[in-house]
Design a protein around this ligand. Structure first.
Ligand SMILES: Cc1cc2nc3c(=O)[nH]c(=O)nc-3n(C[C@H](O)[C@H](O)[C@H](O)COP(=O)(O)OP(=O)(O)OC[C@H]3O[C@@H](n4cnc5c(N)ncnc54)[C@H](O)[C@@H]3O)c2cc1C
Length: 407
């Protein structure tokens, strides 16, 4: 088994690490300052430094790295994994800078895989160019949305159009005015079988009847890295029938196809968050003296540092194995491992962030360090793309079945 990265990955890693050091980390305080000066705190794409970073990333060939086909950089999941990890170290800036931020990545994958030529021309091309952003609207306040078959938004055929009525929330990126296209999931046929009732349809942001109600906060944070999560409503929203993605009833299957890569990307980036937290934890432990010696000489702190390193290495290996499986046996064949990393990663990274915060004392909770914001952002991953319990339930069901068959 060869654990080394191949030559292309190493070359991209070197280029990305240099870009992070010379451009992204220095831009972090500038981004915060420029954002605070905007009238619209969600107009994240209007922050001047963001355009500069994007132009530089593109010049360096660090663009659309997530997309495997010819439309993207053509990397495998195994090649992309260590790069996504590096971008996770500056999660507010780096993924978007490289045009590799959720939910655009998943939406681009859906359009690349299931979109018609006209849909790809109108929406995929500007997304690939980084000219516009997008949102994926499934979750609803009125139903338990971890069960996607509950989704109640109606998408009804009327002549050459579809008409949408419903309410959504936690729609990532939708507060950003540059998120010009929404991929909306709803029901076209409530009488069809459970997994054939849903469809997906493209709804341009400026369509009459689309209302952006409010931005959702996470533990009081704007959670700006994507341009904010929105509550939205659709009232008699009329779009051409040609905006349907795939056929009527394909929505559930498309949602499933979208979630595999989305989940592993979250996990890869979260590992980068944890790496940066371990660095901060060690630096703080070395420089802070309590009761006559540096914190780094206290056994309990060393225990946290050692445990953090061991847990993270285990996690990274499982994520890389999952990436390799996705490349070799496909997303379906890697289903159990995708569930496993989605369960393990946010919880482990949360544990590491908690210890890094503790080592920092009260400062760890403050705005002076990125740990508290990272903690809030990472905590959301135990819901986003499905709560832990849903993944555990499905994984256990599968394990029980295999064990029964083996018996
Ligand atoms: C930061 C953030 C960003 C998000 N971005 C998006 C987005 O862009 N687009 C979008 O559509 N949605 C988005 N979501 C929503 C997210 O996908 C949902 O919150 C998630 O699917 C859970 O749905 P729910 O909140 O309705 O929880 P519910 O379905 O009400 O579930 C509540 C709880 O019930 C328990 N539960 C549910 N099912 C089971 C089970 N089978 N076994 C045991 N326990 C169970 C779990 O503990 C679960 O947390 C985002 C959420 C967050 C926090």
């Amino acid at each position: 088994m060869d654990f080394a990265f191949d030559a292309r990955t190493e070359q991209l890693r070197a280029s990305l690490l240099d870009f992070m050091d010379t451009h992204v980390y220095p831009a972090e305080p500038v981004f915060r300052e420029q954002l605070s000066q905007l009238d619209n705190r969600w107009a994240w794409d209007s922050v001047p430094i963001m355009s500069e970073l994007r132009a530089e990333a593109r010049k360096r060939g660090l663009w659309n790295l997530f997309l495997p086909g010819a439309e993207g950089a053509g990397l495998t999941n195994l090649q992309y994994a260590p790069l996504a990890e590096i971008t996770g170290r500056s999660g507010h800036l780096a993924p978007a800078t490289l045009n590799c931020a959720a939910p655009d990545t998943g939406n681009m994958e859906v359009l690349a895989q299931f979109g018609t030529e006209a849909q790809r021309k109108e929406w995929l091309e500007p997304l690939l160019e980084g000219q516009i952003r997008s949102a994926f609207a499934m979750t609803e306040p009125d139903v338990a949305s971890s069960d996607a078959t509950n989704i109640g938004t109606r998408i009804e055929r009327d002549g050459d159009d579809y008409v949408l009525n419903g309410r959504k929330w936690w729609i990532t990126g939708a507060m950003n005015p540059n998120a010009q296209i929404f991929v909306v999931m709803g029901k076209t046929d409530p009488s069809a079988s459970r997994h054939r009732q849903q469809s997906m349809i493209l709804v341009p942001r400026d369509t009459p009847g689309v209302e952006i109600i409010r931005g959702m906060e996470v533990f009081g944070y704007d959670d700006h890295d994507h341009g904010g999560h929105a509550e939205l409503s659709f009232t008699d929203v009329r779009v051409p029938a040609a905006n349907l993605i795939g056929g009527e009833g394909d929505g559930f299957a498309i949602a499933q196809a979208r979630l595999g890569p989305g989940r592993i990307h979250h996990c890869m980036r979260a590992i980068g968050v944890a790496e940066r937290a371990i660095e901060a934890m060690c630096a703080r432990a070395d420089e802070r003296v309590a009761f006559g010696k540096p914190l780094s000489e206290q056994g309990v702190i060393r225990d946290w540092i050692a445990e953090s390193r061991v847990k993270l290495e285990q996690l990274r290996l499982l994520v890389l194995k999952t990436a390799w499986l996705m490349d070799t046996v496909g997303n379906k064949g890697a289903h159990t491992e995708i569930q496993a990393i989605k369960i393990a990663t946010p919880a482990t990274v949360q544990w590491i962030l908690d210890k890094a915060i503790q080592v920092h004392g009260a400062a760890g909770l403050s705005q002076d360090f990125s740990l508290a914001a990272s903690y809030a952002g990472n905590r959301t991953l135990r819901f986003a793309d499905g709560p832990d319990e849903v993944h555990k339930n499905a994984l256990a069901k599968n394990e029980l079945r295999k064990q029964r068959e083996a018996r």
